[in-house]
Design a protein. Structure first.
Lengths: 411, 411
């Protein structure tokens, strides 16, 4: 008999059907057993005779009759006529997956990722992530962007600094891409508007609730802009569409803009907090900026603009002091960084000089600007941070299937 | 005035409009100049006075009136009233981008990628690639697969052998993922059906027309299969949908299956070619298998099945001699490899022993099978190879924006 998905059961009352799934729990009551069985579509209670030789964790096929039962989850249960073990679990689970909550500390949750991912609550994180990927893809295409895939093994680091991983590439030394920055900018000269969904690698030694060393960046770059607000407005529309697909309708038509220098003052005046002098903004400052956005504009989002150029990479357009760009905060956490880029060759060379950046290995990028690339800008957005914030997760690692941090390259 | 895309021009006959784009060619005729201007949507001829101080390669804004003109490409031209240079090209292009064909040798094409990508013929390769990504995403979702993103920095190599790149990961040595194999199999225990679009890295020293060292793999893994034909049939449906989206309608409902041992005989008998003994099948053999599929079944596709298990990775399900899997050939080139995987812990350990694979670094993967993962299989498909074959490109590197090979990590 053909396998029926558990979510379809309610359409088959009184019929004999076959399901396949994993046993999550067994309760014995006199001569009968209640088996909780899940497949990826849902959960059902199966009533079986007690002599069924099955255990929690086993993968089974169940043939039986669908009965209405108000007391059962989903309103239906199955009376088993045949139970076949498809794949036997060799070991007892080290923790209980059937409780509504999965109360494990983060290390256990990640060390036993293979199992913890099977918990419905953990699964739901990655169902939302699936939807996020789909919604970004669709929103970007609607906005006329062409999808590209650019190399992750590079001849030189794209974001400057020392935060890159080195790769042994045959007889050469290469680095892992910290971003698709160079390539997406070059592609503006080809397709005007491009986007990419792909991994980026940051050798940052931070061990925080907001950082992982490998993440999926949602990138975009667009040509023929007048200024960075064109970029911010496009991102605003894209986010609105994405969040709507994820069931969140309160993204403003116009996310408010506040200059960084202003938000520093506001945070001091309103919340009596001093953002440290030696930084542009710190995590506590971002939280308070988020609180201000909520209180002042009833918005979960806020664009902080005009960062001091010293904190921005060499390709950033500026007026000499402030960057022509933004960070987008969602519920008090930066989820995207964007802005206008330098698109004149001479300016770019000048900016590299000011920042002491060596051209070595990135000549192809610098030279591209000799052949005219229109005024442009774009953004990089952390996909996992969006999920963290939507679901209110304590740590971004919960939003990554198999996260990588300073100490963790396995599972 | 708002920028109009060139493809929209035909709807604005007699109107004054503004376009923005790049000058690809200038012809002077008496007191007037004909400028060929492209944006990402199309191309138009602009008639300007000869004193317009513009050059090929410049990015310009043109304000002018749309005129019908049978002789012009697209049937319309623009009479310029104002031309503004947005971004000036500082150097003359090293080759002509306005000819219909771009006749550069491969090295020049790739060395000057930043410019060669601007040629409409090269652009069209990556427009098709964009469509391919979209169509895979959509087809997989229609088939009930959940999109996942798995790490590219791994603690140990997933495909065995020495063909992996090493990464300095803080104080550890890590490797770049040769495939998402371990992770997608584990995820079958979570979501039944998963797919991934992502880069894979192969340190193969080959320098052929079919290999690059970094490519985008279209992966899938599905649970509760009866045998590898369930996987092959799903891939067949997915390919049919993808190709239909790309305008190719002749993908068979049932791509023919031929065993590898049979195709060797057929190729010997029909084409008098001996596939070398020390290989499963060689490139010439694949070509002839493709020719046979066309002649015998009128199909561009053929599944070659039952490869000797010696040529397959340790996780491959087999009958002890032959692998329960397939290669899918399209026009005589392997574009996908797939099959059923071992899903019983004891069998997996046994297979590793036979192949002398060390468990070190992949314990999390092996141990996952102690906790029951249903019978499953999947495929990995080379996205760039599909494009190469559809367009009949001589070299796969033409189907990669910025390809990586043994000698090339730049641009």
């Amino acid at each position: 008999m053909e396998r029926l998905l558990i979510k379809e059961i309610s359409n088959h009352e009184g019929e004999k059907i076959t399901i396949k799934g994993r046993i999550f729990n067994i309760r014995n009551l006199g001569s009968i057993s209640f088996l909780i069985i899940r497949d990826y579509s849902g959960v059902v209670q199966v009533v079986a005779s007690k002599d069924a030789e099955v255990n929690s964790g086993d993968i089974v096929l169940v043939e039986g009759i669908v009965k209405k039962d108000e007391r059962a989850k989903g309103g239906y249960e199955m009376k088993a006529e045949k139970i076949e073990i498809i794949t036997k679990s060799k070991e007892t689970l080290p923790f209980d997956l059937e409780k509504d909550d999965i109360n494990l500390n983060l290390n256990t949750l990640l060390d036993y990722r293979v199992l913890s991912l099977r918990h419905p609550k953990v699964q739901s994180i990655f169902r939302l992530y699936d939807l996020l990927l789909k919604s970004y893809d669709e929103a970007m295409r609607e906005e006329g962007f062409v999808e590209i895939k650019t190399p992750k093994i590079l001849g030189s680091a794209s974001e400057g600094g020392a935060n890159f991983f080195q790769v042994d590439y045959f007889d050469k030394k290469a680095v892992l891409a910290q971003s698709p920055q160079f390539y997406k900018q070059i592609m503006v000269g080809v397709f005007d508007r491009v986007f990419e969904i792909g991994p980026v690698f940051r050798a940052e030694p931070h061990f925080t609730t907001r950082h992982v060393n490998e993440y999926i960046s949602l990138d975009a770059e667009m040509g023929y802009i007048d200024n960075f607000y064109d970029v911010a407005k496009t991102l605003n529309r894209v986010i609105k569409k994405m969040f709507s697909q994820m069931g969140i309708e309160d993204v403003p038509e116009e996310i408010p803009y506040v200059k960084l220098s202003e938000i520093r003052k506001i945070i001091k005046e309103k919340y009596n907090y001093d953002i440290p002098e030696e930084t542009d903004i710190d995590p506590r400052g971002e939280e308070l900026a988020g609180q201000y956005a909520k209180e002042e504009f009833n918005s979960d989002f806020i664009f902080l603009t005009h960062y001091p150029i010293d904190y921005r990479p060499f390709y950033t357009m500026s007026d000499g002091k402030e960057a022509m760009g933004f960070d987008l905060l969602y519920k008090g956490l930066e989820i995207a960084t964007g802005g206008q880029r330098i698109n004149e060759y001479d300016e770019l060379v000048e900016s590299m000089k000011r920042k002491n950046i060596e051209a070595s290995g990135m000549e192809f990028y610098i030279n591209a600007f000799k052949y005219a690339i229109p005024p442009h800008g774009g953004w990089g957005m952390g996909s996992e941070r969006i999920i963290k914030q939507i679901l209110g997760l304590d740590n971004i690692k919960e939003a990554v299937l198999f996260p990588r941090d300073v100490k963790r390259i396995t599972p």
